[in-house]
Write a protein that binds this ligand. Sequence first.
Ligand code: MN
Ligand code: MN
Length: 487
Amino acid sequence: MERKNAWKAYGMEDMAAVEELSSLYRRFLDVGKTERECIAEAVNTAEAAGFRDLSEMIRGRTRLKAGDQVYLSYMGKSAAFFRIGTEPPEKGLNIIGAHVDSPRLDIKQVPCYEEAGNVYLDTHYYGGIKKYQWFACPLALHGIIVRKDGTAAAIEIGEKEEDPVFVITDLLPHLGKERNEQKVKDFFDAEKMDLLIGNRPVEEKEAKQHVLDLLFDKYRIQEEDFLSAELEIVPAGRARECGVDRSMILAYGQDDRSCAFAALTALLGNTDGKADSDPMQDREETAAVGGGFSRTACCLLVDKEETGSNGATGMKSRFFENAVAEILALSGGQLPGNAGEQIPFELRLRRTLMNSRMLSADVSAAYDPMFEKYYEKKNSAYLGNGLVFNKYSGSGGKTGANDANPEYMAQLRRIMEEQHVTFQTAELGAVDQGGGGTIAYIMAKFGMDVIDCGLGVLSMHAPWEVTSKADLYEAVKGYRAFYGFCR
Ligand code: MN
Ligand code: MN
């Protein structure tokens, strides 16, 4: 099997597009360090590209027609973006779904305490973190605090150059004798991973009270307001280019915001990375090469994947199904050829979902020669070798995997080759070394073809993850090809 490296095929034009896309991507990562921030940014970008709020069209009972671009945001933490095709929705949608939540530490409801003169916020980790990676590095606080009267304060501390940052302190090596003998799983006490946020008493005021007063002055919030807050601790700092050759990106949250960004960018038509490119012109170009958006295309961004996709904004919620029902209802007439028979709406919805195709856009583990025994070389993703297809995920005998059909994979291979997308196939590590899941199996429940497909990542789930600029470029190209050409 020949393994193609994406970089080797690039001419000057591609290189310029790779760089432009990469800088837009880094900006997206910088403004979207929580699921809320990501959805807000995605909605802004879509609106700037001409997408309209579907909820307004639902209220106004506005009919949808081919070429319409609409979105539905849900609780500010998940959203679906649709480009209506020329075919009726019942023929099926081409869906690319990614998640916008990332592993992190959350702040507890009653978090603030003072111990030995230090002020802390108590935390509860979110998703699969390696605890040791979060000690002794600069951290930022993002989120919202909703006051009792329903008004909210948006919090972001630690990202601007002049902002203070926070830290979880570690034990000095000089006193590490006993701990060096312990197993890693016993080593870190999640209850002792609290965020240091202050140390200064002022006159008769203790340090904790001083910190709370500062928060009140700035945000008009009181200690009780932490009860109704959603505060997340993330690594402080911006996405950076990585390597002497600047071929990679080092940033927080690339699982799965790399795929989220690529899926949205592909839908908006900016495959060349140009924010100002005209999506309608792209449509004509796409149509001209024979694909067009005959099928309705959908970019789906969801929350809560890292904790099992539960909750109203996770993939297991009915949010997406409801959104498709709304699209169907506003799209008017049922398929012709039913001899005047009224097909129940519920059945039409089931058919729409079943006839859909999906890329579960999520990252894969890139082969890491520093940890070679955990991978199987032939079936690993390599940084720079393009978009990764994971036919199945799961662990211990594919358990939990949706395992895509070969008929579907064959179609995707054909599309990728015809559209000159560099792609590779992989498993998430060697057999019996662990495993993982995505949202693929949840969407597969509707009876639609689904396959996992995304970027390879080094140091996945670490505070700073590594991706390749070339893989991002191929992902946008590949996702675009899928929206336009999958049947
Ligand atoms: Mn993921
Ligand atoms: Mn993950």
